[in-house]
Design a protein around this ligand. Structure first.
Ligand code: GUN
Length: 295
């Protein structure tokens, strides 16, 4: 059997279309244009690409974006001042500090300076704390895991009662993903570099989320037949058949795993587009809340 392909690009387009309609309504009825401030520190090529695509999405949907591109050697206090300025700016509804920050910067202090109502990435300590507690509502949830939940649901997979295995325990994906699944009443196992006999754990997963950054790591015989597999990995591998000499693959050995899984996300075209769509949705929500239109 070959798995159903979960088309993240199509689901993301649907989400963005609804966001765009709401942006138009906010503009015409209330003269408000949602605004996202991006903060990029340093020259990491991957971060530059991610931030550029977030800015492009803003433009496509009729939102404003305010780019703050800062040198890698900026001091902690200078960076803090930039974020504090954005926090005061009423045209800025959402603030996105691209991670990782250079090692001399204390990320928690910087993220803590983002007011929770502008924390469209869901990374400020207060939002993270709320997400990790029972019966608390964060103002925003991190975009990549939220996009994964959308994709799992769009595949028709029932989360409640499912065995969900998350590979990776990062602050950006693995940990928030685990909480989102737990709050939806899945039974969670979080795996990491020191998990013993990983295949025996993953074989029990009805839902398997891979977010470890290792190309084609998850093998077909690690996957339970019929499982829903969400591949968060974006890894470059050499490919002599491509003009660029490389191509993108996920953390899952897609070609073989798709023969076993029930549903699977491709790379590219799976989780990636959803991250941006969720960020646009969160920025719209921030603007609607600032205008007192929603809670
Ligand atoms: N670095 C990798 N993924 C993300 C993300 O979703 N948001 C931010 N701010 N930084 C990231």
């Amino acid at each position: 059997m070959s798995a159903t392909l979960i088309d993240g690009k199509a689901v993301a387009e649907d989400v963005k279309k609804k966001v765009q309609e709401n942006v138009t309504y906010l503009k015409t009825e209330y003269n408000i244009t949602p605004g996202l401030a991006t903060v990029l520190v340093g020259e990491r090529p991957d971060s530059r690409v991610y931030v550029a695509s977030k800015q492009k999405a803003c433009a496509d949907l009729g939102m404003n974006s305010y780019a703050n591109t800062l040198p890698a050697d900026i001091s902690q206090s200078e960076l803090l001042q930039v974020v504090q300025g954005l926090a005061r700016d009423s045209n800025v509804h959402g603030i996105l500090v691209q991670l990782p920050l250079p090692v001399h910067i204390d990320a928690e202090t910087i993220l803590g300076a983002i007011p929770i109502e502008k924390d469209v990435d869901g990374f400020s300590p207060l939002n993270v704390g709320r997400l990790s507690m029972k019966n608390r509502e964060p103002m925003f949830v991190p975009c990549t895991p939220l996009g994964c939940i959308y994709l799992i649901e769009s595949a028709g997979t029932k989360i409640e009662g499912a065995n969900a295995v998350v590979l990776g325990r990062s602050n950006i994906v693995g940990l928030p993903m685990s909480f989102l699944l737990l709050h939806r009443n899945a039974t969670i196992t979080i795996c990491h570099s020191r998990t013993r006999d990983l295949p025996s754990v993953t074989r029990d997963a009805d839902i398997l989320v891979a977010a470890i950054g290792k190309p084609k790591f998850v093998q077909a015989d690690w996957v339970k037949p019929g499982a829903t597999v969400i591949d968060v990995g974006i890894n470059e591998i050499p490919d002599a058949t491509k003009k660029s000499g490389k191509r993108l693959v996920g953390d899952v050995d897609f070609e073989n795993v798709k023969e076993v899984a029930g549903a699977i996300t491709p790379v590219p075209g799976g989780v990636g587009p959803m991250t941006i769509a969720m960020l646009m949705q969160n920025t719209l929500t921030a603007a609607q809340r600032a205008a007192g239109l929603i809670k």
